[in-house]
Design a protein. Structure first.
Length: 240
C-alpha cells in the first residue's frame, strides 16, 4: 500500500502511506519473532511456502504481460499472399474421405491426397482404385517402414513448408463419428492424434470433416419432387 500511495499521490497520500508503513513494520517485526521462536515447531513451512507462492504469482503475471504484448495488434499489417496447399490423409476410398476431398477442393485449388503405405500389396490395390476413381486429385504414397502413420505425414508436411517459404498447409482429416457413444471405443483416434501432432507447427491448419454414421442422407431423398415430371413422353400421350 505504501508503494500504491507513492504511485497515485492522491490527496492526503503522505499520512496514509505513513500509516500503512507503520503497519507494515509492525507486521514484519511480529512475523520475524514468530518465525524465530516457532521455527522448529512448524514456522519453517511458512518460510518455504510464502516465497514460492510469491514467485509463482510473479511468473503468472509475467506470462500474462508477455502474452498481451505478443497478441497485441498495432498499426496496419500488410497481407502477404501465401501458397495454400491442402493435404487430405486417406486410408481408402470411403464416404468419409470423399466428403473431406470435396471440402478440400472448396478452399484451395492445390489439393493432394496422402496415403501412408503400410503394406505394398494394399498400396497397389489402392493406387488402382484411385486411378479408376479419377477425381482429379493426385494421390501421394508415403512409405512407412515402421508402420507408423503419423510420423511420415508430419515429415511430408514439413517438407512442403521447407520447399516454399511462407507455405500455408491445411490438413483436412476425414473423421468418422459413430452414432452411439460406446461405438467410439471401437474406433481409433487418428484425427485427434493428427491435430495434436501439428498443434505447435507454424503455418499449419488442421480441420476435420465429420462423417456421421446413420445420418448421411442423400440430397435427392430430401428434395420434394413431382412424380409427373419423371413421366416420359409416351406415358403422357397415353394418358391424353
Amino acid at each position: 500500500m505504501v508503494m500504491h500511495w507513492r504511485r497515485t499521490r492522491e490527496p492526503g497520500w503522505k499520512w496514509k502511506a505513513a500509516l500503512n508503513g507503520v503497519g507494515a513494520i509492525a507486521t514484519g517485526i511480529v512475523s520475524i519473532l514468530q518465525v524465530v521462536t516457532k521455527f522448529i515447531e512448524g514456522a519453517w513451512i511458512v518460510v518455504l511456502i510464502i516465497p514460492l507462492i510469491i514467485l509463482l504469482l510473479r511468473k503468472i503475471h509475467q506470462h500474462y504481460t508477455q502474452f498481451a504484448s505478443e497478441v497485441k495488434f498495432s498499426g496496419q499489417s500488410p497481407i502477404t499472399p501465401l501458397h495454400h496447399t491442402v493435404v487430405v490423409p486417406v486410408n481408402g476410398i470411403t464416404k468419409a474421405s470423399a466428403g473431406a476431398l470435396v471440402y478440400a477442393t472448396t478452399i484451395s485449388d492445390e489439393v493432394v491426397a496422402v496415403y501412408v503405405e503400410v503394406d505394398k500389396r494394399v498400396t497397389a490395390r489402392m493406387e488402382a482404385d484411385w486411378e479408376e476413381w479419377d477425381i482429379g486429385v493426385p494421390l501421394v504414397v508415403i512409405p512407412s517402414p515402421y508402420r507408423s502413420v503419423l510420423r511420415p505425414l508430419v515429415e511430408y508436411v514439413e517438407n512442403l513448408r521447407m520447399v516454399t517459404p511462407g507455405e500455408l498447409v491445411t490438413i483436412v482429416v476425414p473423421e468418422i463419428v459413430p452414432k452411439k457413444w460406446w461405438e467410439h471405443l471401437l474406433h481409433n483416434k487418428t484425427a485427434f492424434y493428427i491435430r495434436t501432432a501439428f498443434l505447435f507447427k507454424p503455418n499449419v491448419v488442421v480441420t476435420t470433416v465429420p462423417f456421421l454414421l446413420g445420418h448421411a442422407y442423400r440430397l435427392r431423398d430430401l428434395i420434394e419432387h413431382d412424380d409427373q415430371v419423371e413421366e416420359g413422353p409416351d406415358d403422357s400421350s397415353e394418358a391424353a
